[in-house]
Design a protein around this ligand. Structure first.
Ligand SMILES: [Fe+2]
Length: 298
């Protein structure tokens, strides 16, 4: 990496929590998070029992899927290859979901009533495995912001809580990129024009679960333009982060450019948050893109 290295204080906000339900002075945490920083909790581990540790093997994931996922609202688990381990896997993911809820209540109480559509993911493959087999668009070792191609979210925020559960003490290596306003300004001139007709058609044909708004179009374009730009990947502003086993971290993954470089075994809790549920809605990618485009995008 020969790009400009971002100062740590502009990228990361560390918190001393050791317990998931530990109340803390939260004002600075929510401010930092909404500025696009990673909230880093180096001492917030998620302990696995001896029986749960036995689940930490890539063969447990259905060969057709990248990960195992759990929907707390339906109770459904997807992606387990070994059927009789499903109850154990479900209990593990459900527990991480409940811990994540406790963490939100303690650290980000203003979001408590606003977060919705929870989803929990168990990542068992080493980052390097899917990196080798992915197209550039799916290669998450390239800096990107998250955007869901088939599930347009109409500006809602993607909040993610990650926990490194590697049993061998292996860190997860990330790269984190520049603040969203700079990112958007840099890439906006290259993003392709929005076609309402094409969005209508994609929805009609069931390619997208709902209508892809102008906002969703720009976010997907941004995701792709970042990943396709090798020189930005290498020379764009960034900082390498080491996220040790036994640590957790939180970010808005639709706002914070991130890339997973190495590591294995992680739990990830995703929530959606309406822009109106933010403390500073003007920091939302929707608000920043609307300001740049000088029009409503939803
Ligand atoms: Fe991502």
């Amino acid at each position: 990496m020969s790009g400009s290295i971002l100062p740590a204080q502009s990228v990361i906000h560390s918190l001393p929590n050791t317990q998931w339900d530990e109340p803390v002075n939260n004002a600075s945490a929510v401010e930092a998070l909404e500025q696009g920083k990673v909230l880093f909790l180096p001492n917030l581990a998620f302990d696995l029992s001896a029986a749960e540790q036995l689940l930490l093997k890539p063969e447990l994931v259905d060969a057709k899927r990248k990960n195992i996922s759990f929907n707390p609202q339906t109770g459904k688990v997807n992606g387990v290859a070994v059927e009789d381990t499903t109850p154990q896997v479900k209990a593990l993911l459900e527990r991480h979901y409940h811990h994540s809820q406790q963490l939100v209540n303690a650290l980000l109480p203003e979001y408590r009533a606003e977060l919705h559509t929870p989803n929990n993911t168990l990542r068992l493959h080493p980052v390097t495995a899917w990196r080798a087999s992915s197209s550039w668009r799916k290669d998450d070792s390239r800096l990107h912001v998250d955007a869901f191609p088939s599930r347009p979210n109409h500006g809602e925020r993607i909040l993610r809580i990650f926990t490194n559960i590697n049993p061998n003490g292996e860190s997860r290596q990330w790269r984190v990129g520049e603040p969203f306003p700079q990112l958007a300004q840099r890439f906006m001139p290259r993003l392709k024009r929005y076609s309402p007709l094409s969005s209508w058609l994609q929805h009609r044909l069931g390619i997208t679960k709902r209508y892809r708004s102008h906002y969703d179009h720009l976010m997907l374009q941004l995701h792709d333009a970042m990943k396709a730009d090798q020189s930005y990947q290498q020379q764009g502003p960034q900082l390498a982060l080491e996220l040790p086993a036994g640590s957790s971290w939180i970010c808005f993954s639709d706002q914070t450019p991130h890339a997973a470089m190495s590591g294995q075994f992680m739990l990830e809790q995703t929530f959606l948050l309406p822009v109106s549920g933010m403390k500073n809605p003007q920091n939302a990618p929707l608000a920043i893109l609307e300001k740049l485009q000088q029009k409503t995008l939803i």
